[in-house]
Design a protein around this ligand. Sequence first.
Ligand code: ADP
Length: 350
Amino acid sequence: MATVSLRDVRKSYGPTQVIHGVSIDIADGEFVVIVGPSGCGKSTLLRMVAGLEAITSGTIEIAGRAVNDLEPRARDIAMVFQNYALYPHMSVFDNMAYGLRISGVRGAELRARVEATAAMLELTPFLARKPRELSGGQRQRVAMGRALVRGPAAFLLDEPLSNLDAKLRVQMRLQIKELQRSVGTTALYVTHDQVEAMTLADRLIVMNEGRAEQIDAPMKIYLEPASTFVAGFIGSPAMNILPAEGTERGVRLGGVDLPLGRAAPAADVLVGIRPEDLEAAPEGEGLPLTVQAVELLGADAFAHAAAPGGGTIVLRVPGKQALTPGQRVGAVPVPGLAHFFDPATGRRIP
Ligand code: ADP
């Protein structure tokens, strides 16, 4: 168990800078998730902590010790990859024992540690099997077991659930969270999936083009996104973000006054309203909309409508209330939950 600190970590490939100075102090036992769209630098950042990628400048510390120049195996970390990287010719037992054997653990201690970890992961019946004789979920658990058995200072996980089907992903997500909590090992986890990020993390790093746009607890990020990028990335469907004229009571959108339960902070703003913070009302109340398309998900329905003044607005309504295309409705924002952003910078206006 250990703290992990990144201080102004940067990475360039030749003339191209891909990580632009990321800093974070990760507490002992904390679960931090790096999330962002493809190509934003998540894997590069994780691989630099692992030592698989050299850093161009900055400092990385694990347990208070600078590891910039240490080989991966000297960093006391364990990695879990998307493809599991299990040895196909070795049994589950030998896959899990491999790292321990390399560090000189032998005999009864080796057996005891592998068996205890296998029991925790419900892998005991499979210890003699080869990876090809396992299901995807079991293979994933072996990969987790191989990381856990060594009792490392930190776990580094790179999209470890991407190869699983949706149902298994949810199961494994819960299991990983429970395991990490029970062993108390610091974890740094990469995913592009914002639901995975929200549910696993104590804190999130939301990355955008090599920069940490916001670092905070998931709900804090959901409630107070620091920028239009974060607002659009965290939350599904994405937040509605529209140019508007600020007023004393809210905003004016395409000539329609929309009370928001508070004054806008400026005359010229981007207003952000989450689909779940808009209620469908009879025509004539709130913002007048004509429904263009409806996605029925069962419990929920997402109604897409043209906003007065341009752009699209999405409403999240109960599936049973299902609106229909062509229907005219009003949209009433829940008071006090709108967000304001600076149109020039995209940053949140407090
Ligand atoms: P993510 O994991 O968020 O999808 P990556 O960390 O893999 O993103 O990549 C970040 C950026 O760095 C991308 O623009 C990618 O093209 C670039 N990149 C990654 N590896 C290399 C490399 N070996 N050489 C040059 N550019 C690279």
